[in-house]
Design a protein around this ligand. Structure first.
Ligand code: GLU
Length: 444
């Protein structure tokens, strides 16, 4: 049986590193197993879902290289959810309840004050037809709860090992709201059955849901698929990232200049036994993915790691790939230039500053005018690949300066900066005319 997984985001916000990690783990697992990946837009909540967010989800996944084999909108499948609901009602597993939110709240408070767990008491199960009719006559509409069996539901979790949920400790979940809206729980199971999903992979915040959903699979006459619940992300300080996720959207990260492969390598490897290194491609990442490498402890999301991986990814970009991107920034100064500067970039866009060192204007930093004048006198006529070493040894002989005392004043005069790419490779790119002007202290 070939693997088929799904990513089911709600188009009620932007994708952030938390839900993209779920998408990625699904995708990596599927691709590693030669399986397929379904994108299922969880837009049953028509009031909160927007086309703009839906488009954003597609754009972000595409940018990250997480392509899908099938795609669905849950909002187009209400008929199927209605059929499933009818079956559950006929079997007595879905029952109408008429309590208002206030009434439920009051009951919960009483339970808590008595030291009891705040579980729904199933009062609605004993309503007579006359009582139901009276509520309806009052204008109340029912919400519908799924009657749990109240048992230990167990499964072998790919990420957590043996897992169990006691559904006796849970309230019967509401599957349909009084306004007729299907809450996520039932549509998700109906779709997982209809689409023949083999594995449900999602964050560990869904473990309790899984207990109820396995009962719903069974109630609908289907076997439950495999499950993996991945550990949640925590920040560098160890605190849960959930509150900060809103500020970690993928579209913002794209705007900040992060490479997609840096993001996928980072999210795919944190919390695993793999070294934190950038992968050659997201397909390679899939080939190396295994749940057995994933620990149960939270995955530490540290921006410093992402920055390191991003620099690694930029350093690995060959000229052919860089060329159109350089052209788009109007800084395609050729292959030698790219190969000379790329090792000094943290983000691709930093190349603009590197190009400025070549094309100017650079404001030279000269502390010792006599030293700069002596260096200017000795500047070779031909500025080729060997010029730097011949020139600096001549300057050393003449002035007695050596080491940092020799190289730093030259770098500062010629680039205006204390750090930067290899000077031997830079000076032929800068060219003799600008070198002369800069050694004279002129902005050029
Ligand atoms: N839309 C749900 C969520 O984002 C999907 C959960 C699931 O994968 O079953 O939480």
């Amino acid at each position: 049986m070939s693997v088929k997984v799904r990513f089911a985001p709600s188009p009620t916000g932007k994708l952030h590193v938390g839900n993209v990690r779920t998408a990625l783990v699904n995708w990596l697992f599927a691709k590693g197993q030669g399986g397929s990946f379904v994108l299922r837009i969880d837009d049953t909540d028509l009031a909160r879902s927007t086309q703009e967010y839906e488009d954003g989800i597609e754009a972000d996944l595409t940018w990250l290289g997480l392509t899908w084999d099938e795609r669905y909108n849950q909002s187009k499948r209400f008929d199927r959810y209605g059929e499933a609901a009818a079956r559950l009602k006929a079997d007595g597993r879905l029952y109408p309840c008429y309590e208002t939110a206030d009434e439920l709240d009051r009951r919960r408070k009483v339970q808590l004050s008595r030291g009891q767990p705040p579980i729904y008491d199933r009062a609605a199960l004993s309503l007579t037809d006359a009582e139901k009719a009276a509520f309806e006559a009052e204008g109340r509409r029912p919400h519908w709860r799924f009657k749990l069996e109240g048992k230990r539901v167990a499964w072998e979790d790919l990420a957590r090992g043996h897992a169990e949920v006691d559904t006796a400790s849970m309230s019967d979940p509401v599957l349909i709201r009084e306004d007729g809206l299907f809450l996520y729980t039932l549509p998700s199971v109906v779709d997982d059955i209809d689409m023949a999903i083999t594995h449900i992979i999602r964050g560990e915040d869904h473990v309790t849901n899984t207990g109820a959903q396995i009962e719903i699979f069974e109630a609908l006459g289907a076997g439950a698929p495999g499950f993996a619940h991945t550990p949640l992300l925590v920040g560098a300080d160890g605190a849960a990232l959930s509150k900060r996720l809103g500020s970690l959207s993928i579209s913002d990260m794209r705007d900040q200049g992060y490479e997609p492969i840096a993001i996928t390598s980072h999210l795919g490897k944190i919390g695993t036994s793999d070294n934190l290194e950038v992968a050659p491609s997201v397909e390679d990442l899939g080939a190396g993915f295994a749940f057995s490498k994933m620990g149960r402890s939270p995955a530490r999301y540290d921006t410093a790691d992402l920055d390191r991986l991003n620099a690694q990814a930029v350093h690995a970009i060959g000229y052919a790939e860089a060329k159109p991107r350089l052209a788009a920034l109007s800084v395609d100064l050729g292959e030698t230039f790219w190969n000379t500067v790329k090792g000094n970039l943290n983000k691709f866009g930093d190349v603009v500053d590197m190009a400025k060192i070549v094309t100017g204007p650079v404001t030279p930093v000269i502390e010792d005018a006599a030293f700069a004048a002596a260096a200017l006198d000795l500047l070779p006529d031909a500025i080729d690949a060997d010029a730097w070493s011949a020139w600096t040894s001549a300057v050393k002989d003449k002035t007695g300066a050596k080491g940092k005392g020799l190289f730093m004043p030259l770098r500062l005069a010629l680039t205006g900066q204390a750090h930067g790419p290899d000077m031997a490779a830079m000076i032929p790119l800068i060219g003799r005319e600008r070198l002369v002007q800069r050694l004279k202290g002129e902005a050029a």
